[in-house]
Design a protein around this ligand. Structure first.
Ligand code: FE2
Ligand code: FE2
Length: 186
């Protein structure tokens, strides 16, 4: 037997007319909206902290003949900014308010802001932050499940980019390690 469409058209139409002030949030939204907005605000803080850390690393790395790495830091900073914007827009769609306040930013953020003194330190700290982001986005995706499909899809997209970031940084670490070993042999 083919599965029947769950709700008849009349009920769907009637339901859509109720509570139109809720915009994109309809009766089929099954998540706890306050919790999702709170989690998204934590993710927003995480992304903002990552933008700031990558920007700092980008400007600091320029002076140490590390152009490809500096460019990578800049690209990551821009991508984290894009994530922050996506998250803020979704918070609005859910009827919440994005928290951009610098006060308490580091407490809301899952990742840390570590400046690092050498290029190696910077790459390691960024890799740690990416791994924190990967873990927290994975948990959020599992929490949301099928109760808020649009949020989940957005988080899945962001997670994939964080994994790319972690992979880029891990490759830099491996390259640097190789470099030093070659140099030692001379
Ligand atoms: Fe990000
Ligand atoms: Fe990232």
């Amino acid at each position: 037997m083919p599965k029947e469409f769950i709700t008849d058209v009349k009920t769907l139409r009637d339901r859509a007319r109720k509570h139109i002030e809720n915009g994109a949030v309809t009766e089929s939204y099954k998540a706890d909206r306050d919790t999702v907005v709170r989690l998204l605000n934590e993710a927003l803080a995480t992304e903002i902290v990552c933008v700031l850390r990558y920007k700092r690393h980008y400007f600091m790395a320029q002076g140490i003949h590390a152009d490809p790495i500096a460019q990578e830091f800049l690209q990551h900073a821009n991508e984290e900014q894009g994530h922050a914007d996506q998250i803020a827009a979704r918070i609005i769609q859910l009827g919440g308010a994005p928290n951009f306040s610098p006060e308490g930013l580091l407490t809301r953020s899952h990742s840390e802001y570590v400046e690092g003194t050498t290029l190696l330190d910077m790459i390691k700290e960024d890799l740690v932050a990416e791994r924190v982001a990967i873990d927290s986005y994975t948990e959020m995706i599992r929490y949301v499940g099928d109760t808020d499909i649009t949020t989940r899809r957005m988080l899945e997209g962001i997670l994939a980019v964080e994994e790319e970031h972690a992979d880029d940084l891990a490759s830099f670490l491996a390259d640097m390690d190789k470099d030093w070993k070659t140099r030692d042999r001379k």
